[in-house]
Design a protein around this ligand. Sequence first.
Ligand code: HEC
Length: 109
Amino acid sequence: MSKKVGCILIILIFLIASIGIVMAEGKGNARKGKYLFRKNCRTCHCDGGSAKPLSPIDKTQAQWDEVFQNIDKLSCSQEWAKLKEKDRNDMYAHLWGHAFDSPSPAKCK
Ligand code: HEC
């Protein structure tokens, strides 16, 4: 009897752990995204850069969605090409999570 309970517990823990990993991957890592955005985008998109300044707060969540769905149409799409799919997800988590209409809008410094 107790052996059976132990087995079920182990299976349950395993299931919960794998669900957690899958969800974390789908969401992207906002902290890493902030770093990636600063490193890859702010060189141009900052005060005094060659493009107009861009911070998470400069767009709504819907507008960030549109940007990430139409990367090819941006004038700087070749800059994005250097980023891996995962890096883009991380940046999306950062930008979307701190967008103008998010609970915690943020401006880059
Ligand atoms: C080599 C300089 C450069 C880099 C690096 C760069 N961009 Fe751009 N980006 C531009 C220019 C130039 C434009 C078009 C003119 C403008 O918006 O000032 C532009 C346009 C955009 C636009 C459209 C403008 C708008 O307000 O909708 C977005 C969004 C954008 N870039 C995001 C990014 C992101 C995110 C990164 C990092 C992956 C990035 N850019 C990297 C130069 C750059």
